[in-house]
Design a binder for this molecule. Structure first.
Ligand code: NOJ
Length: 572
Protein backbone atom coordinates (compact mmCIF):
# COMPACT_ATOMS: atom_id res chain seq x y z
CA UNK A 1 0.00 0.00 0.00
CA UNK A 2 1.30 3.46 -0.87
CA UNK A 3 2.08 5.71 2.06
CA UNK A 4 1.95 8.81 -0.12
CA UNK A 5 -0.59 11.24 1.37
CA UNK A 6 -3.61 11.90 -0.85
CA UNK A 7 -2.95 15.63 -1.11
CA UNK A 8 0.23 15.16 -3.15
CA UNK A 9 -1.85 14.28 -6.20
CA UNK A 10 -4.75 16.49 -5.30
CA UNK A 11 -6.18 19.70 -6.70
CA UNK A 12 -8.03 21.90 -4.21
CA UNK A 13 -10.87 24.28 -5.08
CA UNK A 14 -11.40 27.36 -2.94
CA UNK A 15 -14.90 28.55 -2.19
CA UNK A 16 -15.38 32.09 -0.90
CA UNK A 17 -18.89 31.53 0.46
CA UNK A 18 -20.07 35.12 0.34
CA UNK A 19 -19.69 35.22 -3.42
CA UNK A 20 -20.25 31.64 -4.57
CA UNK A 21 -23.99 30.93 -4.62
CA UNK A 22 -26.92 32.43 -2.73
CA UNK A 23 -29.82 30.07 -1.97
CA UNK A 24 -32.15 32.45 -0.13
CA UNK A 25 -32.12 35.63 -2.17
CA UNK A 26 -30.51 37.89 0.44
CA UNK A 27 -27.70 38.72 -1.98
CA UNK A 28 -25.00 36.94 0.03
CA UNK A 29 -23.79 33.44 -0.77
CA UNK A 30 -24.45 30.67 1.74
CA UNK A 31 -23.88 26.99 2.53
CA UNK A 32 -27.11 25.81 0.90
CA UNK A 33 -25.96 27.66 -2.21
CA UNK A 34 -22.76 25.62 -2.19
CA UNK A 35 -24.82 22.45 -1.82
CA UNK A 36 -26.81 23.41 -4.89
CA UNK A 37 -23.64 23.91 -6.91
CA UNK A 38 -21.68 20.93 -5.67
CA UNK A 39 -22.03 19.14 -9.01
CA UNK A 40 -20.03 21.90 -10.67
CA UNK A 41 -17.18 21.40 -8.19
CA UNK A 42 -17.29 17.62 -8.46
CA UNK A 43 -17.31 17.78 -12.26
CA UNK A 44 -14.03 19.69 -12.22
CA UNK A 45 -12.36 16.57 -10.89
CA UNK A 46 -10.88 18.29 -7.84
CA UNK A 47 -10.26 16.37 -4.63
CA UNK A 48 -10.99 18.88 -1.91
CA UNK A 49 -12.59 22.20 -1.17
CA UNK A 50 -11.10 24.90 1.02
CA UNK A 51 -13.99 26.87 2.44
CA UNK A 52 -13.25 30.44 3.55
CA UNK A 53 -14.75 31.28 6.99
CA UNK A 54 -18.43 30.66 7.66
CA UNK A 55 -18.23 31.03 11.45
CA UNK A 56 -20.13 33.60 13.49
CA UNK A 57 -18.56 36.96 12.78
CA UNK A 58 -19.35 40.66 12.72
CA UNK A 59 -17.97 40.49 9.16
CA UNK A 60 -15.61 43.43 9.49
CA UNK A 61 -13.14 41.41 7.39
CA UNK A 62 -15.70 39.14 5.74
CA UNK A 63 -15.50 36.39 8.31
CA UNK A 64 -11.78 36.59 9.09
CA UNK A 65 -12.89 38.18 12.35
CA UNK A 66 -14.53 35.35 14.27
CA UNK A 67 -16.64 35.76 17.39
CA UNK A 68 -17.65 32.09 17.77
CA UNK A 69 -15.47 29.33 16.32
CA UNK A 70 -18.03 26.60 16.88
CA UNK A 71 -21.12 28.03 15.27
CA UNK A 72 -22.11 29.10 11.77
CA UNK A 73 -22.98 32.71 11.00
CA UNK A 74 -26.72 32.94 10.20
CA UNK A 75 -25.76 34.76 6.98
CA UNK A 76 -24.28 31.49 5.78
CA UNK A 77 -26.70 29.02 7.35
CA UNK A 78 -26.62 26.62 10.28
CA UNK A 79 -24.43 23.92 11.71
CA UNK A 80 -26.89 21.41 10.29
CA UNK A 81 -26.25 22.88 6.81
CA UNK A 82 -22.52 22.50 7.35
CA UNK A 83 -22.94 18.89 8.47
CA UNK A 84 -24.98 18.27 5.34
CA UNK A 85 -22.24 19.83 3.25
CA UNK A 86 -19.62 17.54 4.78
CA UNK A 87 -21.80 14.53 4.06
CA UNK A 88 -22.67 15.58 0.53
CA UNK A 89 -19.03 16.26 -0.25
CA UNK A 90 -17.84 12.97 1.16
CA UNK A 91 -20.52 11.19 -0.86
CA UNK A 92 -18.92 12.69 -3.98
CA UNK A 93 -15.39 11.82 -2.93
CA UNK A 94 -14.60 15.42 -2.03
CA UNK A 95 -12.88 16.48 1.18
CA UNK A 96 -13.59 19.62 3.13
CA UNK A 97 -10.80 21.85 4.42
CA UNK A 98 -11.97 24.59 6.78
CA UNK A 99 -10.38 27.96 7.34
CA UNK A 100 -8.70 28.27 10.73
CA UNK A 101 -8.28 31.87 11.85
CA UNK A 102 -6.46 31.74 15.16
CA UNK A 103 -3.84 34.47 14.99
CA UNK A 104 -6.68 36.75 16.03
CA UNK A 105 -10.35 36.70 16.93
CA UNK A 106 -13.03 39.33 16.53
CA UNK A 107 -13.10 42.00 19.22
CA UNK A 108 -16.67 40.74 19.79
CA UNK A 109 -15.45 37.27 20.80
CA UNK A 110 -16.37 36.60 24.46
CA UNK A 111 -12.69 35.80 25.12
CA UNK A 112 -11.71 39.33 24.15
CA UNK A 113 -14.63 40.92 25.93
CA UNK A 114 -13.52 39.22 29.15
CA UNK A 115 -9.90 40.00 28.48
CA UNK A 116 -10.59 43.74 28.51
CA UNK A 117 -10.93 43.55 32.28
CA UNK A 118 -7.38 43.60 33.75
CA UNK A 119 -8.56 41.41 36.63
CA UNK A 120 -9.97 38.72 34.34
CA UNK A 121 -8.28 35.31 34.18
CA UNK A 122 -8.44 35.80 30.39
CA UNK A 123 -6.42 39.04 30.48
CA UNK A 124 -3.35 37.23 29.10
CA UNK A 125 -5.27 35.59 26.29
CA UNK A 126 -4.53 38.72 24.23
CA UNK A 127 -1.47 40.96 24.05
CA UNK A 128 -1.89 43.96 26.34
CA UNK A 129 0.79 46.55 27.04
CA UNK A 130 0.87 49.97 28.69
CA UNK A 131 1.61 52.86 26.34
CA UNK A 132 4.95 54.68 26.17
CA UNK A 133 5.10 58.23 27.54
CA UNK A 134 4.63 60.81 24.81
CA UNK A 135 7.56 63.27 25.04
CA UNK A 136 5.48 65.96 23.32
CA UNK A 137 2.42 65.63 25.50
CA UNK A 138 2.93 64.66 29.16
CA UNK A 139 -0.72 63.64 29.60
CA UNK A 140 -0.75 61.28 26.63
CA UNK A 141 0.80 57.97 25.65
CA UNK A 142 2.18 56.45 22.48
CA UNK A 143 1.68 52.85 21.37
CA UNK A 144 3.97 50.32 23.12
CA UNK A 145 6.15 49.87 20.03
CA UNK A 146 6.39 51.08 16.43
CA UNK A 147 4.74 48.14 14.69
CA UNK A 148 2.37 48.86 11.85
CA UNK A 149 -0.53 46.56 11.07
CA UNK A 150 -0.65 44.54 7.85
CA UNK A 151 -3.61 46.74 6.90
CA UNK A 152 -1.54 49.90 7.53
CA UNK A 153 -1.66 52.27 10.49
CA UNK A 154 -0.47 51.33 14.00
CA UNK A 155 -0.85 47.71 15.11
CA UNK A 156 -1.94 48.93 18.57
CA UNK A 157 -5.26 50.20 19.80
CA UNK A 158 -5.80 51.97 23.10
CA UNK A 159 -8.65 50.40 25.03
CA UNK A 160 -10.32 53.01 27.21
CA UNK A 161 -11.65 50.36 29.60
CA UNK A 162 -8.21 49.53 31.03
CA UNK A 163 -6.09 52.33 29.64
CA UNK A 164 -3.77 49.80 27.96
CA UNK A 165 -3.12 49.01 24.33
CA UNK A 166 -3.84 45.68 22.61
CA UNK A 167 -2.04 44.33 19.55
CA UNK A 168 -3.93 43.80 16.29
CA UNK A 169 -2.01 42.63 13.23
CA UNK A 170 -5.00 43.51 11.03
CA UNK A 171 -7.92 45.84 11.84
CA UNK A 172 -8.53 47.05 15.42
CA UNK A 173 -11.56 44.73 15.39
CA UNK A 174 -9.19 41.73 15.05
CA UNK A 175 -7.13 41.54 18.28
CA UNK A 176 -4.23 39.06 18.24
CA UNK A 177 -4.45 36.05 20.53
CA UNK A 178 -1.52 35.49 22.86
CA UNK A 179 -0.15 32.10 21.84
CA UNK A 180 2.42 32.21 24.65
CA UNK A 181 -0.48 31.56 27.03
CA UNK A 182 -0.90 27.74 27.24
CA UNK A 183 -4.66 28.00 27.90
CA UNK A 184 -5.12 29.78 24.56
CA UNK A 185 -3.37 27.01 22.71
CA UNK A 186 -5.40 24.33 24.49
CA UNK A 187 -8.65 26.13 23.65
CA UNK A 188 -7.67 26.33 19.99
CA UNK A 189 -6.64 22.68 19.83
CA UNK A 190 -9.91 21.58 21.47
CA UNK A 191 -11.85 23.62 18.92
CA UNK A 192 -9.89 22.04 16.05
CA UNK A 193 -10.58 18.52 17.34
CA UNK A 194 -14.26 19.41 17.60
CA UNK A 195 -14.27 20.19 13.86
CA UNK A 196 -12.29 17.08 12.96
CA UNK A 197 -14.80 15.04 14.96
CA UNK A 198 -17.53 16.53 12.76
CA UNK A 199 -15.74 15.10 9.74
CA UNK A 200 -13.71 17.94 8.27
CA UNK A 201 -10.54 16.89 6.51
CA UNK A 202 -8.07 19.57 7.42
CA UNK A 203 -7.42 23.27 7.82
CA UNK A 204 -6.10 26.19 5.86
CA UNK A 205 -4.45 28.24 8.58
CA UNK A 206 -4.78 31.98 8.24
CA UNK A 207 -1.51 33.98 8.67
CA UNK A 208 -0.21 31.18 10.83
CA UNK A 209 3.35 32.48 10.91
CA UNK A 210 2.26 35.50 12.90
CA UNK A 211 1.18 33.52 15.97
CA UNK A 212 4.52 33.59 17.78
CA UNK A 213 5.68 37.06 18.81
CA UNK A 214 9.26 37.83 19.77
CA UNK A 215 10.11 38.15 23.45
CA UNK A 216 9.76 41.76 24.62
CA UNK A 217 8.04 42.94 21.40
CA UNK A 218 11.01 45.06 20.27
CA UNK A 219 10.62 47.94 17.80
CA UNK A 220 10.97 47.01 14.13
CA UNK A 221 13.74 48.72 12.19
CA UNK A 222 11.39 49.74 9.38
CA UNK A 223 8.31 49.87 11.58
CA UNK A 224 6.78 46.85 9.91
CA UNK A 225 5.83 44.23 12.49
CA UNK A 226 6.28 41.47 9.93
CA UNK A 227 10.06 41.99 10.10
CA UNK A 228 9.96 40.99 13.75
CA UNK A 229 7.31 38.31 13.76
CA UNK A 230 7.40 36.11 10.68
CA UNK A 231 10.56 34.19 11.48
CA UNK A 232 10.07 33.83 15.19
CA UNK A 233 11.36 30.36 16.13
CA UNK A 234 8.45 29.84 18.54
CA UNK A 235 6.26 29.19 15.51
CA UNK A 236 7.81 25.79 14.90
CA UNK A 237 7.29 24.78 18.52
CA UNK A 238 3.61 25.69 18.29
CA UNK A 239 3.08 23.93 14.96
CA UNK A 240 4.71 20.74 16.21
CA UNK A 241 2.65 20.90 19.38
CA UNK A 242 -0.53 21.41 17.34
CA UNK A 243 0.33 18.40 15.24
CA UNK A 244 0.74 16.24 18.33
CA UNK A 245 -2.26 17.56 20.21
CA UNK A 246 -4.71 17.73 17.32
CA UNK A 247 -3.89 15.67 14.24
CA UNK A 248 -2.08 12.80 15.96
CA UNK A 249 -5.29 12.07 17.85
CA UNK A 250 -6.62 10.55 14.59
CA UNK A 251 -4.01 8.01 13.47
CA UNK A 252 -6.31 6.51 10.82
CA UNK A 253 -7.05 9.73 8.96
CA UNK A 254 -4.84 11.80 6.66
CA UNK A 255 -5.63 15.49 6.85
CA UNK A 256 -4.49 18.42 4.77
CA UNK A 257 -2.82 21.26 6.63
CA UNK A 258 -1.77 24.34 4.73
CA UNK A 259 -0.40 27.34 6.53
CA UNK A 260 -0.70 30.80 5.05
CA UNK A 261 2.65 32.48 5.75
CA UNK A 262 3.36 36.14 5.05
CA UNK A 263 6.88 37.09 3.94
CA UNK A 264 8.04 33.50 4.38
CA UNK A 265 11.34 32.34 2.88
CA UNK A 266 11.80 28.93 1.24
CA UNK A 267 14.15 28.01 4.11
CA UNK A 268 11.36 28.62 6.62
CA UNK A 269 8.88 26.78 4.40
CA UNK A 270 11.15 23.73 4.35
CA UNK A 271 11.26 23.76 8.15
CA UNK A 272 7.47 23.95 8.28
CA UNK A 273 6.75 21.29 5.63
CA UNK A 274 9.53 18.72 5.94
CA UNK A 275 7.47 15.60 6.76
CA UNK A 276 10.11 14.44 9.22
CA UNK A 277 9.57 17.55 11.36
CA UNK A 278 5.82 16.92 11.61
CA UNK A 279 4.50 20.45 11.40
CA UNK A 280 2.44 21.28 8.26
CA UNK A 281 1.90 19.69 4.86
CA UNK A 282 2.43 22.82 2.78
CA UNK A 283 2.42 26.61 3.03
CA UNK A 284 0.88 29.42 1.02
CA UNK A 285 3.78 31.72 0.32
CA UNK A 286 3.64 35.18 -1.25
CA UNK A 287 6.95 35.73 -2.98
CA UNK A 288 5.61 35.13 -6.48
CA UNK A 289 2.51 37.24 -5.80
CA UNK A 290 4.60 40.18 -4.70
CA UNK A 291 6.82 40.44 -7.80
CA UNK A 292 4.73 43.30 -9.21
CA UNK A 293 4.58 45.32 -5.98
CA UNK A 294 6.40 48.65 -6.19
CA UNK A 295 8.32 50.59 -3.55
CA UNK A 296 5.09 51.54 -1.75
CA UNK A 297 3.87 47.96 -1.67
CA UNK A 298 0.82 46.28 -3.04
CA UNK A 299 -1.06 49.44 -4.00
CA UNK A 300 1.91 50.56 -6.08
CA UNK A 301 1.57 47.95 -8.84
CA UNK A 302 4.25 47.66 -11.52
CA UNK A 303 4.18 45.90 -14.89
CA UNK A 304 5.05 42.23 -14.60
CA UNK A 305 8.68 41.28 -15.13
CA UNK A 306 8.24 37.69 -16.25
CA UNK A 307 11.84 36.89 -15.36
CA UNK A 308 11.15 37.68 -11.71
CA UNK A 309 7.96 35.62 -11.63
CA UNK A 310 9.40 32.50 -13.19
CA UNK A 311 12.62 32.77 -11.17
CA UNK A 312 10.65 32.99 -7.96
CA UNK A 313 8.53 29.94 -8.67
CA UNK A 314 11.58 28.01 -9.89
CA UNK A 315 13.48 28.85 -6.72
CA UNK A 316 10.67 27.44 -4.60
CA UNK A 317 10.54 24.34 -6.78
CA UNK A 318 14.23 23.73 -6.28
CA UNK A 319 14.42 24.61 -2.61
CA UNK A 320 11.49 22.44 -1.56
CA UNK A 321 12.16 19.48 -3.87
CA UNK A 322 12.57 16.28 -1.92
CA UNK A 323 12.34 18.17 1.39
CA UNK A 324 9.02 19.95 1.77
CA UNK A 325 6.03 20.45 -0.50
CA UNK A 326 4.74 23.42 -2.49
CA UNK A 327 1.24 24.74 -2.79
CA UNK A 328 0.57 26.37 -6.16
CA UNK A 329 -1.76 29.31 -6.68
CA UNK A 330 -2.20 32.47 -8.72
CA UNK A 331 -5.65 33.45 -7.46
CA UNK A 332 -7.49 33.60 -4.19
CA UNK A 333 -9.86 35.91 -2.34
CA UNK A 334 -6.99 38.29 -1.47
CA UNK A 335 -5.58 38.74 -4.97
CA UNK A 336 -6.89 40.49 -8.07
CA UNK A 337 -7.85 38.13 -10.91
CA UNK A 338 -4.67 36.87 -12.55
CA UNK A 339 -5.99 36.97 -16.12
CA UNK A 340 -6.40 40.74 -15.70
CA UNK A 341 -3.23 41.15 -13.67
CA UNK A 342 -0.72 39.21 -15.77
CA UNK A 343 -2.70 38.02 -18.78
CA UNK A 344 -4.58 39.93 -21.47
CA UNK A 345 -8.24 39.97 -20.50
CA UNK A 346 -9.29 41.77 -23.68
CA UNK A 347 -7.69 40.42 -26.81
CA UNK A 348 -6.32 37.07 -25.62
CA UNK A 349 -8.59 36.41 -22.68
CA UNK A 350 -9.10 32.68 -23.31
CA UNK A 351 -5.50 32.04 -24.30
CA UNK A 352 -3.93 33.93 -21.43
CA UNK A 353 -6.30 32.50 -18.79
CA UNK A 354 -5.47 28.97 -19.92
CA UNK A 355 -1.76 29.67 -20.29
CA UNK A 356 -1.44 30.94 -16.74
CA UNK A 357 -3.44 28.05 -15.30
CA UNK A 358 -1.56 25.52 -17.42
CA UNK A 359 1.91 26.75 -16.51
CA UNK A 360 1.08 26.81 -12.82
CA UNK A 361 -0.44 23.33 -12.72
CA UNK A 362 2.57 21.84 -14.48
CA UNK A 363 4.86 22.84 -11.62
CA UNK A 364 5.38 20.43 -8.72
CA UNK A 365 3.02 20.88 -5.79
CA UNK A 366 -0.65 20.95 -4.93
CA UNK A 367 -2.61 23.42 -7.09
CA UNK A 368 -5.42 25.54 -5.69
CA UNK A 369 -8.12 26.79 -8.05
CA UNK A 370 -10.06 29.80 -6.80
CA UNK A 371 -13.76 30.01 -7.67
CA UNK A 372 -14.25 31.65 -11.06
CA UNK A 373 -10.66 31.01 -12.12
CA UNK A 374 -11.84 27.88 -13.92
CA UNK A 375 -13.92 30.06 -16.24
CA UNK A 376 -11.37 32.87 -16.52
CA UNK A 377 -13.18 35.52 -14.44
CA UNK A 378 -11.65 38.98 -14.71
CA UNK A 379 -11.19 42.06 -12.55
CA UNK A 380 -14.21 44.31 -12.11
CA UNK A 381 -14.08 47.87 -13.48
CA UNK A 382 -14.20 49.59 -10.08
CA UNK A 383 -14.23 53.35 -10.46
CA UNK A 384 -15.34 55.17 -7.30
CA UNK A 385 -14.14 54.78 -3.71
CA UNK A 386 -17.65 53.89 -2.58
CA UNK A 387 -17.74 50.90 -4.97
CA UNK A 388 -15.42 48.93 -2.70
CA UNK A 389 -16.56 46.80 0.23
CA UNK A 390 -13.20 45.53 1.45
CA UNK A 391 -11.89 46.92 4.73
CA UNK A 392 -8.31 46.74 3.43
CA UNK A 393 -9.20 48.89 0.42
CA UNK A 394 -10.91 51.41 2.68
CA UNK A 395 -7.83 51.70 4.91
CA UNK A 396 -5.50 51.98 1.93
CA UNK A 397 -7.67 54.73 0.43
CA UNK A 398 -7.77 56.66 3.68
CA UNK A 399 -4.02 56.47 4.22
CA UNK A 400 -3.10 57.25 0.61
CA UNK A 401 -5.42 60.27 0.72
CA UNK A 402 -3.84 61.41 3.99
CA UNK A 403 -0.41 61.08 2.33
CA UNK A 404 -1.66 63.48 -0.33
CA UNK A 405 -1.36 61.09 -3.29
CA UNK A 406 -3.43 62.16 -6.30
CA UNK A 407 -6.95 60.69 -6.31
CA UNK A 408 -6.58 59.38 -9.85
CA UNK A 409 -3.46 57.45 -8.95
CA UNK A 410 -5.01 55.96 -5.83
CA UNK A 411 -8.16 54.85 -7.64
CA UNK A 412 -6.15 53.39 -10.51
CA UNK A 413 -4.06 51.27 -8.14
CA UNK A 414 -7.08 50.16 -6.18
CA UNK A 415 -8.89 49.08 -9.32
CA UNK A 416 -5.93 46.93 -10.29
CA UNK A 417 -5.07 45.45 -6.92
CA UNK A 418 -8.14 45.46 -4.69
CA UNK A 419 -9.25 42.19 -3.18
CA UNK A 420 -12.82 43.01 -4.18
CA UNK A 421 -11.82 42.05 -7.73
CA UNK A 422 -11.78 38.45 -6.56
CA UNK A 423 -14.98 38.78 -4.60
CA UNK A 424 -17.57 39.78 -7.20
CA UNK A 425 -20.18 37.05 -7.58
CA UNK A 426 -19.43 33.77 -9.30
CA UNK A 427 -20.77 33.96 -12.85
CA UNK A 428 -23.02 30.96 -13.34
CA UNK A 429 -25.04 32.14 -16.34
CA UNK A 430 -26.06 35.15 -18.38
CA UNK A 431 -29.16 36.02 -16.33
CA UNK A 432 -29.50 39.13 -14.21
CA UNK A 433 -27.11 38.74 -11.24
CA UNK A 434 -25.35 35.94 -13.16
CA UNK A 435 -27.43 33.20 -11.54
CA UNK A 436 -25.71 33.99 -8.24
CA UNK A 437 -28.77 35.28 -6.42
CA UNK A 438 -32.45 35.93 -7.03
CA UNK A 439 -32.07 39.12 -5.00
CA UNK A 440 -29.55 41.92 -5.25
CA UNK A 441 -25.92 40.87 -4.95
CA UNK A 442 -23.79 42.39 -2.15
CA UNK A 443 -21.04 43.30 -4.65
CA UNK A 444 -21.92 44.11 -8.23
CA UNK A 445 -21.89 41.39 -10.86
CA UNK A 446 -19.43 41.97 -13.70
CA UNK A 447 -21.11 43.03 -16.92
CA UNK A 448 -19.13 40.38 -18.81
CA UNK A 449 -21.21 37.66 -17.13
CA UNK A 450 -23.42 37.93 -20.22
CA UNK A 451 -20.87 35.83 -22.09
CA UNK A 452 -18.30 34.85 -19.47
CA UNK A 453 -20.15 32.26 -17.38
CA UNK A 454 -20.25 28.58 -16.48
CA UNK A 455 -23.28 27.77 -18.64
CA UNK A 456 -21.68 29.22 -21.75
CA UNK A 457 -18.51 27.19 -21.25
CA UNK A 458 -20.01 23.92 -20.07
CA UNK A 459 -20.28 22.18 -23.42
CA UNK A 460 -17.59 24.01 -25.33
CA UNK A 461 -14.53 21.74 -25.62
CA UNK A 462 -12.29 24.77 -26.11
CA UNK A 463 -13.52 26.80 -23.17
CA UNK A 464 -11.39 27.79 -20.21
CA UNK A 465 -13.55 25.47 -18.13
CA UNK A 466 -12.88 22.46 -20.37
CA UNK A 467 -9.18 23.27 -20.31
CA UNK A 468 -9.14 23.28 -16.50
CA UNK A 469 -10.95 19.94 -16.42
CA UNK A 470 -8.33 18.44 -18.72
CA UNK A 471 -5.55 19.93 -16.65
CA UNK A 472 -6.95 18.51 -13.43
CA UNK A 473 -7.42 15.09 -15.02
CA UNK A 474 -3.82 15.08 -16.26
CA UNK A 475 -2.52 15.38 -12.73
CA UNK A 476 -4.15 12.03 -11.95
CA UNK A 477 -2.89 10.37 -15.09
CA UNK A 478 0.65 11.65 -15.52
CA UNK A 479 3.07 10.75 -12.79
CA UNK A 480 5.71 13.21 -13.97
CA UNK A 481 3.52 16.16 -12.94
CA UNK A 482 3.53 15.04 -9.32
CA UNK A 483 6.95 13.47 -8.98
CA UNK A 484 9.12 14.84 -11.78
CA UNK A 485 12.16 17.05 -11.20
CA UNK A 486 11.91 20.66 -12.35
CA UNK A 487 14.41 22.63 -14.44
CA UNK A 488 13.76 26.19 -15.60
CA UNK A 489 14.97 26.97 -19.14
CA UNK A 490 15.89 30.37 -20.58
CA UNK A 491 15.58 32.22 -17.26
CA UNK A 492 16.47 35.58 -18.84
CA UNK A 493 13.90 35.43 -21.63
CA UNK A 494 11.35 38.19 -21.18
CA UNK A 495 8.43 36.43 -22.89
CA UNK A 496 9.17 32.71 -22.85
CA UNK A 497 8.28 30.62 -19.81
CA UNK A 498 9.84 27.21 -20.33
CA UNK A 499 10.81 24.30 -18.14
CA UNK A 500 11.37 20.57 -18.18
CA UNK A 501 9.85 18.02 -15.82
CA UNK A 502 11.60 14.66 -15.70
CA UNK A 503 10.85 11.38 -14.02
CA UNK A 504 12.35 8.03 -15.06
CA UNK A 505 12.26 8.00 -18.84
CA UNK A 506 9.50 10.60 -19.01
CA UNK A 507 10.62 14.05 -20.10
CA UNK A 508 7.97 16.73 -20.33
CA UNK A 509 8.80 20.06 -21.96
CA UNK A 510 6.53 22.97 -21.11
CA UNK A 511 6.72 26.13 -23.23
CA UNK A 512 4.56 29.21 -22.95
CA UNK A 513 4.55 32.48 -24.84
CA UNK A 514 3.69 35.14 -22.28
CA UNK A 515 2.91 37.83 -24.84
CA UNK A 516 0.54 38.81 -27.60
CA UNK A 517 3.17 38.42 -30.36
CA UNK A 518 4.38 35.21 -31.97
CA UNK A 519 7.52 33.84 -30.35
CA UNK A 520 10.20 31.83 -32.11
CA UNK A 521 11.67 29.25 -29.76
CA UNK A 522 15.41 29.05 -29.25
CA UNK A 523 17.23 26.49 -31.40
CA UNK A 524 18.72 23.27 -30.07
CA UNK A 525 17.85 20.92 -27.26
CA UNK A 526 15.20 20.51 -25.95
CA UNK A 527 13.15 23.00 -28.01
CA UNK A 528 14.01 21.34 -31.34
CA UNK A 529 12.13 18.25 -30.19
CA UNK A 530 8.90 20.17 -29.58
CA UNK A 531 7.18 19.78 -32.92
CA UNK A 532 7.88 16.08 -33.18
CA UNK A 533 6.99 15.29 -29.57
CA UNK A 534 3.74 13.93 -28.17
CA UNK A 535 1.49 16.77 -27.12
CA UNK A 536 0.12 16.31 -23.62
CA UNK A 537 -1.87 19.53 -23.45
CA UNK A 538 -2.04 22.81 -25.31
CA UNK A 539 -4.30 25.83 -25.15
CA UNK A 540 -5.00 26.35 -28.85
CA UNK A 541 -7.87 24.29 -30.23
CA UNK A 542 -5.81 22.75 -33.01
CA UNK A 543 -3.07 21.81 -30.61
CA UNK A 544 -5.21 20.76 -27.71
CA UNK A 545 -4.70 17.04 -28.10
CA UNK A 546 -8.39 16.28 -28.16
CA UNK A 547 -9.40 18.21 -31.26
CA UNK A 548 -9.70 16.42 -34.63
CA UNK A 549 -6.26 16.12 -36.15
CA UNK A 550 -4.72 17.74 -33.11
CA UNK A 551 -2.52 14.88 -31.96
CA UNK A 552 0.74 16.29 -33.31
CA UNK A 553 2.81 18.78 -31.36
CA UNK A 554 0.71 21.75 -32.44
CA UNK A 555 -0.87 21.43 -35.84
CA UNK A 556 -1.72 24.83 -37.26
CA UNK A 557 1.32 26.48 -35.78
CA UNK A 558 4.43 27.35 -37.73
CA UNK A 559 7.15 24.90 -36.63
CA UNK A 560 9.25 26.27 -33.81
CA UNK A 561 6.91 29.23 -33.24
CA UNK A 562 4.45 29.77 -30.41
CA UNK A 563 1.35 31.79 -31.20
CA UNK A 564 0.19 34.65 -28.94
CA UNK A 565 -0.26 33.36 -25.38
CA UNK A 566 0.20 29.79 -26.55
CA UNK A 567 1.08 27.04 -24.09
CA UNK A 568 2.21 23.56 -24.99
CA UNK A 569 3.35 20.68 -22.84
CA UNK A 570 4.99 18.00 -24.92
CA UNK A 571 6.75 14.73 -24.14
CA UNK A 572 10.13 14.98 -25.85
C1 NOJ B 1 -5.48 36.42 5.38
C2 NOJ B 1 -6.84 36.24 4.79
O1 NOJ B 1 -6.74 35.47 3.62
C3 NOJ B 1 -7.38 37.62 4.54
O2 NOJ B 1 -8.55 37.61 3.77
C4 NOJ B 1 -7.59 38.29 5.87
O3 NOJ B 1 -7.96 39.63 5.68
C5 NOJ B 1 -6.32 38.26 6.72
N1 NOJ B 1 -5.62 37.02 6.67
C6 NOJ B 1 -6.66 38.51 8.16
O4 NOJ B 1 -7.33 37.40 8.70
Amino acid sequence: MSTEPWWRRAVVYQVYPRSFADSDGDGIGDIRGILQRLDHIAALGVDAVWLSPVYVSPQVDNGYDISDYQAIDPTFGTLADLDELIEAMHARGLRLVMDLVVNHTSDQHPWFQESRDPASPRRDWYIWRPGRPDPDDPGATLPPNNWSSVFLGSAWELDPVSGEYYLHSFTPQQPDLNWAEPAVRQAVYAMMRWWLDRGVDGFRMDVINLISKPEGLPDAEQGNQLEMVVNDPGLHRYLAEMRREVFDAYPDRTFLTVGEMLAVTPEQAVLATDPARRELDMVFQFEHMDVDHGALGKYDPQPLDLRALKASLARWQEMLAGQGWNSLYLNNHDQPRVVSRWGDDVRYWRESATLLGGVLHLHQGTPFVYQGEEIGMTNYPFARPEDYRDVEAARAYEIATMMGLPEELILGSMARMSRDNARTPMQWDGDAEAGFTTGRSWLPVHQNHLWLNVAAQQDDPHSVLSFYKRLIALRKAEDVITTGSFRLLEPDHERLWAFVRESGDQRLLVVANVSGDPLRLPAGDPFAALDGGRLLIGNYPDGAGDAPGGAEGGAGAEPGVLRPWELRAVYV
